[in-house]
Design a protein around this ligand. Structure first.
Ligand SMILES: [Zn+2]
Length: 421
């Protein structure tokens, strides 16, 4: 990476300012205070969905999630890698929107609740993976794709049982139930191409294998019996051609981007090569997970290198989708992590001064970049929960997710479609 430059480390002005204004409430993190307008009018209930126009058919969907990536993360990495006038692959997509990220119980979501929101259209409490308050499964957009005869894929740099991928293929009341999530992925049979870490959640520590399972089962052997090809390395994955392939490439999380000899973009190519064989189309979710870890550790290098790795996947997705009119590409984050801010720097330089506000998530909205059919519907200020609704509309499915009032020029069109079914 020849464009790499030194990042200038500074003490955050934001942290300095907030320390001066300590609130005496026990529930508030040190250095922060609460705020409520005396004229506040609380709007309860689920927000309406705004449709800017009639929905178009969108056969294939590639949904790329950069975990814990705010607008400032992308801006800093863009400047540090190419200068203020450069563009990252995601920033080249035509349509740009913003999404609010709060969960059912918190202004600051975790990755489980936001994955559930993106995958099912439902608001749930933090830590929840695609179940309702009674613990019953909420159908995910990936599962809907499968019922429509489409092929499905999940790629992550986390364990495949991590919160974000689990939101699309698992159903458990708590994100830490990783062995149960692995079992659901096997038994629901909803994922054709599964690439990431987390092998230990599929295996028991028997016959020399490493594993976290205590039931003696080897879910990868069981998957093979169901006709899934199991690949144990990037080389096996590249040599294999079968449409149903699982490649669990690490016991826990995937190796850091800089220590791998392949990119998230390479893995995305491997998935698209298989999924695009299906004439009915496909749904693929790609997650760059460790950007979030960099944010939690306030580790600018880790954040930046993982985001650049994620952007290789955006590039591959965009290349696949251009020159065809049937593929919706969506790039979104599940939340911001760290409260990153750019505090100073020369415009004609790749050196950036920055600061973090803390080591957790924040409640700031995230950017949505998209291209292809229906991307214009993602170009407003929306909610993460709107995304899967709009994907389902593009597949001619009008009752996916929770009931929501619909407004805007597309509402009439939707009503006529719903009446036809
Ligand atoms: Zn996080």
């Amino acid at each position: 990476m020849k464009n790499r430059r030194r990042f200038l480390v500074t003490v955050s002005l934001l942290i300095a300012c907030s320390i001066l204004a300590v609130q005496p409430l026990a529930t508030i993190a040190a250095g922060f205070e609460t705020f409520e307008l005396p004229i506040a009018e609380f709007e309860p209930g689920m927000p309406s969905l705004y449709l800017r126009g009639p929905v178009e058919p969108a056969k294939n969907v590639i949904l790329l999630i950069s975990d814990g990536t705010g607008i400032n993360h992308r801006t800093l990495v863009r400047i540090a890698s190419g200068g203020a006038n450069s563009k990252l692959p995601s920033e080249r997509l035509f349509e740009v929107g913003l999404a609010n990220t709060h969960s059912l119980d918190s202004l600051v979501t975790d990755s489980a609740a936001s994955a559930t929101q993106i995958a099912t259209g439902n608001w749930v409490p933090n830590r929840t993976i695609s179940v309702n308050a009674d613990g019953e499964p909420l159908q995910t957009i990936l599962e809907l794709a499968k019922t429509l005869g489409k092929s499905t894929g999940i790629i992550t740099t986390d364990r495949v049982t991590g919160a974000t991928p689990a939101g699309f293929a698992g159903h458990v009341p708590d994100r830490d139930m990783k062995n149960e999530i692995a079992q659901i992925i096997l038994e629901n049979d909803s994922v054709d191409v599964l690439i990431g870490g987390g092998k230990k959640n599929f295996q028991s520590p028997v016959a020399g294998k490493k594993g976290d399972r205590t039931d003696g089962r080897d879910l990868l052997e069981e998957a093979a019996e169901r006709g899934v090809t199991i690949c144990n390395s990037i080389y096996e994955l590249r040599a294999d051609d079968s449409p149903r392939t699982w490649a669990l490439l690490s016991s826990g999380s995937m190796t850091a981007a800089v220590k791998r000899n392949y990119t998230l973009g390479d893995l995305t190519s491997e998935a698209l090569r298989r999924l695009s064989q299906n004439p009915e189309g496909f749904f693929l979710m790609v997650e760059g997970d460790q950007i979030d870890g960099g944010g939690h550790d306030n580790d600018i290098w880790r954040m930046a290198l993982e985001l650049l790795d994620f952007e290789t996947a955006v590039e591959v997705a965009t290349e696949f989708a251009e020159n065809r009119d049937d593929t919706l590409v969506i790039v979104v984050s599940d939340h911001e992590t760290g409260g990153l801010a750019i505090t100073n720097g020369q415009a004609q330089s790749t050196e950036v001064e920055y600061g973090w506000i803390h080591g957790g998530h924040t409640g700031t909205p995230v950017a949505i970049y998209s291209s292809g059919p229906n991307s214009f519907l993602l170009g407003g200020h929306i909610y993460l929960a709107d995304i899967s609704k709009i994907i389902a509309f593009g597949w001619d499915i009008y009752d996916f997710g929770p009931d929501r009032a619909v407004e805007g020029p597309g509402a009439k069109w939707l009503l006529s479609k719903q009446n036809q079914q």
